[in-house]
Ligand binder design. Structure first.
Ligand code: OAD
Length: 240
C-alpha cells in the first residue's frame, strides 16, 4: 500500500516540474494548447543563441513570465509537499521550476536544477546582479561593471546545470527510499534521467494527468492533477 510505504520511508525525494505550478496559473512548457513551447520556439527564447540574436525579445519574455510568477500563489500541491517535509525523517525536494512557489508554500531549500527566474545575472561574468549593479538605459539592462547584457538566472537549452545543485540532487536520489515525481513530461535531460539513480528496491511514485516515460516505469501512477492528488496522498498516509 502506498500510504504505508510513505509511513515507512526514511528518505523521501520529490522531483517536480511545471505541472505542479499549473494550478497556480503558470503555463507549462508542453502539453496543453496554452503551453509555452506549443506557441513559441524554445531555441529562440531559451538558448544562448536565441539571446544573442534578440536579447530584447528574450529579456521581455522572461520579464512577462517573472510578473506572472510574482502574481501567482502556491496551490494545494505546493502546500502538501511542504507539509510532507515535516512528516518524514528525511526529505529532499528537487525542482525544475524557476518559480519560488515551493518556497512560498514553506518548503525548505528546494534544489532548483534550472535556476531562478527571480535572479538576474551578468551574461558575461555569470554573477548575480541586483538593481544597483545594473545600467538600465537599455533593454536588457547592462552590467555596471563590464557592460554586458543582464540575463535571467535560469538554465537554457545547451547550458550546464549548476554543478553543486546537480550533485546534491543525484546524491539525494541515490540514497532515497521513495521517489515521487510530480508534473513533469520527463523529456528534458539530465533532469529526467535522475530517476535512473533510484535504488531498485525504492518505489517510484508518479503524479501526472498524462502518461510519461516515468509513469510507465512507476510502481504507483496516480493519474490526476497534483492539486488534488498530493493533499490526498499526504492525508492518506499521515492523516489530516
Ligand atoms: P512540461 O511542460 O514539459 O511538462 C509538464 C507536465 O505537467 C506534463 O507532463 C503535464 O501532463 C503535467 N501536468 C499538467 N498539469 C498538471 C497538474 N495539474 N498536475 C500535475 N501534472 C500536470 O514541464 P517540465 O517537465 O517541467 O526548462 O519541463 C522541463 C523543462 O523543459 C523546464 O524546466 C523548462 C522546459 O523547457 C528550461 O526552460 C531550461
Amino acid at each position: 500500500m502506498l500510504a504505508e510505504e510513505f509511513q515507512e520511508a526514511q528518505h523521501v525525494v520529490v522531483l517536480t516540474g511545471a505541472g505542479v505550478s499549473a494550478e497556480s496559473g503558470i503555463p507549462t512548457f508542453r502539453g496543453s494548447t496554452d503551453s509555452y513551447w506549443s506557441q513559441f520556439d524554445p531555441m529562440m527564447l531559451a538558448s544562448v543563441e536565441g539571446f544573442r540574436e534578440n536579447p530584447k525579445l528574450v529579456w521581455e519574455w522572461y520579464a512577462m513570465r517573472r510578473e506572472k510568477v510574482l502574481a501567482a500563489q502556491p496551490n494545494p500541491a505546493h502546500f502538501a509537499l511542504a507539509r510532507l517535509e515535516g512528516l518524514v525523517p528525511r526529505f529532499t525536494l528537487i525542482t525544475q521550476n524557476v518559480d519560488d512557489l515551493h518556497e512560498r508554500a514553506g518548503s525548505q531549500n528546494p534544489l532548483h536544477l534550472h535556476g531562478s527566474i527571480l535572479v538576474t545575472r551578468c551574461s558575461a561574468e555569470g554573477r548575480a546582479l541586483d538593481g544597483a549593479d545594473l545600467l538600465d538605459d537599455t533593454v536588457p539592462p547592462r552590467c555596471r561593471r563590464c557592460g554586458a547584457y543582464a540575463r535571467p538566472g535560469v538554465v537554457w537549452f545547451g547550458e550546464m546545470l549548476p554543478r553543486d545543485v546537480w550533485d546534491a540532487a543525484e546524491r539525494a536520489v541515490a540514497s532515497a527510499d521513495m521517489l515521487l515525481i510530480v508534473g513533469t513530461s520527463a523529456v528534458v535531460h539530465p533532469a529526467a534521467s535522475l530517476a535512473a539513480s533510484l535504488p531498485k528496491i525504492a518505489p517510484l511514485v508518479v503524479v501526472n494527468p498524462e502518461e510519461t516515460e516515468h509513469s510507465r516505469a512507476a510502481d504507483y501512477f496516480i493519474q490526476a492533477p497534483a492539486g488534488a492528488a498530493l493533499p490526498a496522498l499526504v492525508e492518506a498516509a499521515f492523516g489530516k
